[in-house]
Design a protein around this ligand. Structure first.
Ligand code: NDP
Length: 316
């Protein structure tokens, strides 16, 4: 049951680099943005340790610190940052309607969707434990590969992301084991060739991860061949998971145009969706780059697109 209704000029859903950057720009443009954080304030970066590739931090910064800085910057210009999860949407209504935590109804002239994507995990208990302790389990080779320079690592997955990340890791690491659960790869032929032509990548076909060893950090990975049941222990210090991401866009299905994986379609080099006044930024609309800095850049685009839309419709 709806308990509260409020109208806002610019509603931002999601609190990763895309959402906070949209908020900084929207607040400075006097759109008086209200940002709902979702269940993980700060988004995916709060689950990583060092961020060394965000421009402006020559000594690096931790993911949580970076997100606190972005939040403080958005609040400095008047963004209202609130904890809450968008649970339902009627974007075709005029004004657009979004429900937060089931019972708060927000009507909005513009909506900037920055709900991000979540990495998929295998689901092994030791994977979760070591991931939470920043102990060498990662879903982003570009973010974390650097920490394993000269070491041996393993990567799970056989799609384009896994192939791309295995190739990336092979340039930094001594050896990369690629754990593939079938006897073929889903990745494009070109990506497969790149992997198979890289001497320090060893592909383990028909193989599944049985366990990840190590108390505080990864000390090895046990792999089982699902044809022979043979077990093999890989002496690795890093374990990368690249089995796909899921964009957090379920509540917009049937309203916004999306690809078959759920990434929101935007028009050309813009953040415009198929519904006027609704903009999608960051990883929920980007399956290719998925970097904090590209998400931040698209957040800026979302705010500028929202401001121009409001100006053109005489609302600003
Ligand atoms: P995909 O869904 O394409 O591939 C996921 C891979 O992970 C599959 O090989 C799958 O195996 C494997 N997998 C899934 N679950 C498990 C599990 N529990 N244990 C072990 N392996 C598992 O995801 P991607 O992230 O690779 O790609 C997503 C989309 O982005 C694709 O359309 C891709 O083409 C695109 N992309 C394009 C790039 C480019 O063009 N440069 C770069 C990166 C991504 P199985 O094959 O057996 O199902």
């Amino acid at each position: 049951m709806t308990q509260q209704t409020e109208h806002v000029k610019c509603l931002i859903i999601g609190s990763g680099p895309a959402g906070y950057t949209a908020a900084i720009y929207a607040a400075r443009a006097d759109l008086k943005p209200v940002l709902y954080t979702g269940m993980t304030p700060g988004g995916q970066l709060t689950e990583t340790t060092e961020v060394d590739n965000f421009p402006g931090y020559p000594k690096g910064i931790t993911g949580p610190e970076l997100m606190e800085d972005l939040k403080a910057q958005a609040e400095r210009f008047g963004t209202q940052v609130r904890f809450g999860l968008a649970t339902k949407a009627d974007l075709k209504a005029n004004p657009k309607k979004i429900w937060i935590d089931e019972n708060i109804e927000i009507t909005a002239d513009t909506v900037i969707i920055s709900t991000g994507a979540s990495a998929k995990w295998i689901g092994l208990p030791n994977e979760t434990r070591l991931r939470m302790n920043a102990g060498g389990v990662s879903a982003c080779a570009v973010c974390d590969g650097f920490f394993y320079r000269g070491q041996d690592v393993a990567i799970v997955g056989a799609g384009d992301t896994a192939a791309e990340e295995a190739t990336y890791l092979s340039k930094l690491c001594k050896k990369v084991y690629m754990i593939v659960r079938r006897s073929e790869m889903r990745a494009s032929k070109a990506m497969q060739h790149r992997v198979t032509n890289t001497p320090n990548i060893e592909i383990l076909w028909d193989s599944e991860t049985e366990d990840i060893l190590g108390e505080n950090v990864v000390e090895g990975v046990v792999v089982k061949n699902n044809k022979t049941n043979e077990l093999r222990t890989l002496n690795v210090t890093g374990f990368f998971v690249a089995i796909g991401h899921k964009p957090n866009t379920d509540i917009f299905k049937g309203q916004l145009n999306m690809d078959d994986l759920g990434y929101i379609d935007v028009a050309g080099m813009s953040s415009k969706t198929n519904i006027e006044g609704v903009f999608a930024v960051g990883d929920c609309a980007d399956k290719t780059y998925r970097q904090a800095v590209t998400a931040a850049g698209s957040g800026c685009m979302g705010a500028l697109d929202a401001e121009r839309y409001l100006a053109a419709s005489g609302n600003h």
